[in-house]
Design a protein around this ligand. Structure first.
Ligand code: HEC
Ligand code: HEC
Length: 289
């Protein structure tokens, strides 16, 4: 090959190839490009040396730093737990009623309470605590069987209702089907319906069921059907029904009462989670002071 000639315009050599008078310049790769390229190769090799990078016959090369994604996850989770432990400790040390004063603590508790609720309570009370008519009470309204203050709710969640726990909330509505005649039960059911009917106010006292109600029911449900939270006896004068507000449903409840059972969660969930749950339920709209 002849000595490559120099191109007079650019100062570069030509490759010696020539087509129809057009000569190919031998333009070298710019130095900056070569430097960056070699630099990248070096960085890549360094990475391969430091981190797990390639398979060997016996497993994988683990890298000089000993880093693994499992290890990183474990570290991050430990950091998360440590951060949570701080909040949990604060939650334990703060009286329930005072949690509200600390906006961050309240947010932490309610977020935790919502998660625990969806896991433990939603199967009965529904996601969002809307309840299920005829079975499980709604927890979003201000109609409470056992009370809607923070300590009330906290107690219900810890010990349950007719749960068998020794601290459980407990009460029994007698089965009047064995004590009263069907006609009497019918009369009382009419009276119970009239309790929440403002149009029936004037003639209520004259209803045949009035005396029977006072004799048999008022001890628990109150003279005017206002209910009694000591016994979890529902209000009967607010037209909000746990077991249904038709005459048939009421007759059925009088003759053969359903006794709702709510399990105790003390011992199943830790103390902080129980507090979070109380705060969450209390925040749903019906919470009382
Ligand atoms: C197996 C079904 C079931 C599960 C699970 C359950 N509950 Fe209940 N809950 C009930 C029933 C039934 C009642 C009503 C009992 C009664 O008739 O007095 C009730 C009542 C309540 C009350 C009292 C309402 C009032 O008006 O006073 C609260 C508060 C409550 N539940 C919260 C919870 C929370 C929080 C959880 C989850 C940790 C939970 N429940 C899990 C069935 C359940
Ligand atoms: C010893 C107390 C007690 C007596 C007496 C009693 N009840 Fe009850 N009653 C309760 C309790 C407790 C409940 C709630 C049961 C549950 O949560 O499962 C209830 C529930 C009811 C309900 C269902 C309310 C709803 O929202 O669905 C009706 C209706 C009712 N009682 C009517 C009567 C009538 C009528 C009498 C009298 C014949 C009577 N009760 C006597 C304690 C009593």
């Amino acid at each position: 090959m002849a000595t490559p000639e120099r191109d007079s315009l650019t100062g570069y050599h030509t490759t010696g190839h020539e087509w129809d008078g057009i000569k190919e310049l031998n333009t070298p790769i710019p130095t900056w490009w070569v430097t960056v390229f070699l630099g990248s190769c070096l960085v890549a090799l360094l990475y391969m040396w430091l981190y797990p990078s390639f398979a060997t016959t016996t497993g994988i090369f683990k890298g000089r730093l000993g880093w693994t994604s499992h290890g990183q996850l474990a570290e991050e989770m430990a950091a998360g737990r440590a951060a949570q432990a701080e909040w949990r400790r604060l939650l334990t040390d703060t009286p329930l009623e005072q949690v509200e004063a600390n906006a961050d603590l309240r947010r932490f508790a309610i977020a935790g309470g919502r998660a625990a609720f969806n896991e433990n309570c939603a199967p009965c009370h529904g996601v969002g605590a809307g309840g299920q008519i005829g079975q499980f009470p709604a927890l979003v309204d201000d109609d409470w069987l056992w009370g809607g203050t923070l300590p009330d709710i906290h107690q219900t969640v810890r010990y349950g209702i007719r749960s068998g726990h020794e601290e459980t909330r407990d009460s029994m509505m007698p089965a009047f089907g064995e004590m009263l005649t069907p006609a009497e039960i019918d009369a009382i059911a009419d009276y119970v319906l009239a309790l929440s009917d403002s149009g029936a106010e004037a003639r209520r006292a004259a209803l045949p069921g009035a005396t029977l109600f006072q004799q048999n029911c008022a001890a628990c449900h109150g003279l005017k059907g206002e209910g009694n939270r000591e016994m979890g006896a529902p209000r009967l004068n607010d037209a909000i029904w746990l077991y249904g507000g038709t005459k048939e449903a009421i007759r059925h409840q009088i003759a053969n009462p359903r006794m709702g059972v709510m399990p105790a969660f003390a011992g199943k969930l830790d103390a902080e989670t129980l507090r979070m749950l109380a705060l969450y339920v209390h925040s749903l709209g019906g919470g009382e002071r």
